[in-house]
Design a protein around this ligand. Structure first.
Ligand code: ARG
Length: 470
């Protein structure tokens, strides 16, 4: 097939070179953005008198037909035409003749591919924002149901202090809020219009880049042509957002795996969200959580790959930059899939409230509360810590937990102990008393639920604004 850039060549390209060079297999995903971008470009060229108005009309009509064909599956993408840009342009010229050959005036594939990627990223950011909000809502819903469900909180994976399941889930809800904020930062980087930068140094034609930006709903226009064609910061920002989001889901996955083990028994995944073993009939495995944890490594890999690809590149466009796509597309697919499946998995899991309560009543996670009790009776905390440490050692030696030691025995450790110490040891009282701002007290979490609802409502408003700017 004749190359659109074939003029200075006297030989056909080697077949291996065609296959190696081509990006059509993966960049055909940009067809919609490529065509809408070309329509805006053609409109602008006609408005500015750079191409005849009737050619502009023919181009726009022809591109709309091609869009329909692609959507109907009636378009064959040719490897010999390298990428989505030349596939569309070649087909256009085949259809409408001479007018099609005017489309690429004042444009290069370097600014064209940058435009497509920016538009595509904005669309994906909006879709991901919606999935992220749904996941946050699921966490809030389950947390609210378990506002009174006591469980041990862990440090070093050792039982530390009593908390509620709600407080634990709200911690993830807060991480996701930061992810949402970072996603809005990704939008900022994507919402900048590069077309008109040409191959590197703009164009001699009297184009109107701001008109293209308005047609395509871009908030800003790149103000340096060289930056416009070589910038991939927005891809790296996306991948770093994606990596952190996956890190959060991976940490939750680790907990889901632990909690659903027989050893913990805190949750049971719904049958529809777990899998079995081909050999061991009894197995019910948390594959979804494991896969999300596993896919996190792959998304980190895409971030690392893009950082390394970009680090040695001289300005401006270099073909290395074609490598920005597969990792980015894969990260998009991975986080969208992970968010969607995770939301439903969390909503449908069974929480074994009794198991959690049992765990927190048969352990030493109330030891800090006993020390705090002595502090309230006047003992300095460091000494109270020492006294309770001795009580714990004594209890372990006698195969007991703190509430099972008698008051007389306690008196041997400190005269300050009174009968009311038993109240201080009850896990629900331990939680209720932790009223410090951001603490797990029931009353505190109630406030956090209300704030959480407001946050989600504000995010939904922001999402609607983004959708209106696509
Ligand atoms: N397929 C290319 C990419 O994704 C498009 C830009 C090609 N530009 C060029 N001068 N060869 O980067």
């Amino acid at each position: 097939m004749a190359k659109l850039w074939g003029g200075r060549f006297s030989k056909n390209t080697n077949e291996l070179v065609d296959a190696f060079n081509a990006s059509i297999d993966f960049d055909k995903r940009l067809y919609n953005e490529d065509i809408r971008g070309s329509i805006a470009h053609a409109n602008m060229l006609a408005k500015c008198g750079i191409i005849p108005a009737e050619d502009g009309e023919k181009i726009v009509a022809g591109l709309k037909e091609i869009l329909k064909d692609i959507e109907a599956g009636n378009f064959s993408f040719e490897v010999a035409l390298e990428d989505i840009h030349m596939n569309v342009e070649a087909r256009l010229t085949e259809r409408i003749g001479q007018a099609g050959a005017r489309l690429h005036t004042a444009r290069s594939r370097n600014d064209q591919v940058a435009l497509d990627m920016h538009m595509y990223m904005k669309k994906e950011v909006a879709e991901i924002a919606e999935l992220l909000i749904n996941f946050e809502k699921a966490l809030l819903t389950v947390a609210k149901k378990h506002d009174r469900t006591l469980m041990p909180g862990y440090t070093h994976l050792q039982r530390a202090q009593p908390i509620t399941f709600a407080h634990h889930l709200l911690a993830y809800f807060n991480m996701l809020q930061r992810d949402f904020r970072r996603l809005l930062g990704v939008w900022e980087g994507a919402d900048m219009m590069p077309l008109g930068a040409g191959a590197i140094a703009g164009t001699t034609f009297p184009i109107d880049r701001h008109d293209v930006a308005v047609q395509l709903n871009f908030g800003k226009v790149y103000c340096n042509s060289m930056d416009a064609v070589s910038d991939r910061d927005y891809v790296i920002e996306f991948l770093s957002f994606a990596s952190m989001l996956m890190m959060h889901m991976s940490r939750l996955s680790e907990e889901v795996c632990l909690w659903s083990s027989t050893e913990f028994g805190f949750i049971e995944l719904d049958d529809a969200f777990a899998t079995g073993s081909s050999m061991m009939p009894q197995k019910k495995n948390p594959d979804i959580a494991e896969l999300v944890r596993g896919k996190t490594g792959r998304v980190y890999g895409h971030l690392q790959a893009m950082l390394v690809t970009a680090k040695g590149l001289p300005l401006t466009y270099n073909k290395d930059l074609q490598e920005d796509k597969e990792g980015f597309f894969d990260a998009v697919d991975t986080i969208k899939f992970s968010l969607a499946v995770y939301t439903d998995m969390i909503m449908t899991m069974t929480v074994n409230v009794d198991k959690m309560q049992q765990a927190v009543s048969k352990d030493f996670s109330n030891a800090t509360d006993l020390a705090d009790y002595l502090v309230r009776k006047g003992l300095p905390f460091r000494q109270a810590h020492e006294v309770v440490g001795k009580c714990v050692a004594y209890a372990i030696l006698n195969n007991k937990f703190l509430p099972e030691i008698s008051l007389e025995e306690y008196k041997d450790f400190s005269e300050l102990f009174e009968a009311d110490l038993l109240e201080a040891l009850k896990p629900e009282n331990c939680v209720a008393a932790r009223k410090s701002y951001g603490g797990p007290a029931f009353t505190e979490n109630e406030k956090q639920f209300a704030i959480g609802e407001e946050v989600v409502a504000a995010q939904e408003k922001t999402l609607a604004e983004l959708q209106a700017k696509l």
